[in-house]
Design a protein. Structure first.
Length: 331
């Protein structure tokens, strides 16, 4: 009993550690890869999104294979029964999948135009959109603490935006259109909130494993992603090929993006909201420090600092669940 408890605690902190590493490094490497001065064409972010989806499918198939006691016949049967024989169940995931694909493309747009620190703080608005969609779609009830945290969150993000407008601290070679970056983050927050809640609704209504669901998401994601590649980058694709401008850094970004969904699935399984908030906050602090010291595309001001502290506080408060002592906690 004690051993399994210790094991789950270790898994909890391990999954959180990985989440902090994944969120921070994805944001920073993505930003760096979009602003790096290079010879030749830059990699197409639309193709990176597709490769990330394919890698995610591969990882999930391996995880299902592991759950099938490493038996290929069992794996084949599970995939056949759960995906091909339930076309309506599989089709349900086309909606969140299309939205996630849009969101993944928007994050590249955002990080091409905003520094990592500002992006990280602003992207926390997805807590607000997720809460609102949870209330409207899942009929969730939010407590006083949660409503309060949403107000604090909006205030914090507003301070960070004031900081952007007041001091365009970006060096000329980094300066993208901050308005475009901001719009991309805001649309990504709404799409993230809606798709997340929709996905949660589907997971609660059916008994399929998270990995099977992720394979279905990845399948549609790849299709939508490829459509995006041909619609937006078709001309460049025919000129320089699918893998134009790819280098080691691009592959790191792609692998980190593919890991994202799986890490979050693991965190939802092993950790609670408060710890997730903790991971998010650590990630914001790290991104700010690295953005300032290493990428040098960001100078924090007291206004930014105050806004970031409010956002971090709101993240914690949102996950806070005051349970009276001695009351059994419902899982």
């Amino acid at each position: 009993e004690e051993k399994s408890q210790e094991m789950s605690t270790n898994l909890k902190y391990l999954s959180l550690g990985i989440l902090v590493f994944q969120t921070t490094s994805l944001v920073l490497t993505m930003r760096y890869s979009r602003t790096l001065k290079e010879e030749g064409p830059r990699y197409l972010s639309s193709t990176a999104v597709v490769i990330a989806e394919l890698l995610k499918i591969l990882a999930c198939v391996l995880l299902v294979y592991k759950d099938s006691k490493c038996n290929l016949q069992t794996l084949n049967r599970v995939l056949h029964d759960e995906i091909l024989n339930k076309p309506m169940e599989t089709l349900k995931l086309a909606i969140p999948s299309g939205i996630y694909t849009l969101q993944n493309n928007l994050l590249y747009v955002a990080l091409s135009n905003l520094d990592a620190a500002t992006y990280q703080v602003t992207y926390q608005l997805k807590i607000l959109t997720t809460a609102l969609f949870s209330v409207s779609m899942l009929s969730k009830k939010l407590g006083v603490y949660q409503w309060l945290s949403l107000v604090i969150l909006m205030t914090g993000v507003a301070f960070v935006q004031v900081n952007i407008n007041r001091c365009c601290t970006q060096a000329p070679e980094y300066a993208g259109s901050q308005f475009v970056g901001l719009m991309a983050v805001l649309i990504a927050c709404f799409s993230s909130g809606f798709a997340g809640v929709y996905f949660e609704k589907i997971l609660k209504e059916t008994k399929q494993s998270v990995w099977i669901r992720n394979i279905q998401l990845g399948f549609f994601g790849s299709i939508f992603g490829l459509m995006g590649v041909y619609i937006y980058d078709g001309e460049q694709l025919s000129k320089n090929g699918f893998f134009q401008g790819y280098n080691k850094l691009t592959w790191i970004v792609v692998v980190l993006q593919a890991l994202g969904g799986l890490v979050i699935a693991a965190v939802i399984k092993y950790a609670d909201n408060i710890l997730k908030g903790f991971a998010t906050s650590l990630s914001i602090i790290l991104s700010t420090l690295i953005s300032y010291f290493w990428l040098q595309d960001f100078v924090p001001t007291s206004v930014f600092f105050f806004g970031a502290v409010l956002v971090i506080a709101a993240t914690f408060l949102y996950g806070y669940d005051p349970k009276p002592a001695g009351n059994p906690i419902k899982a």
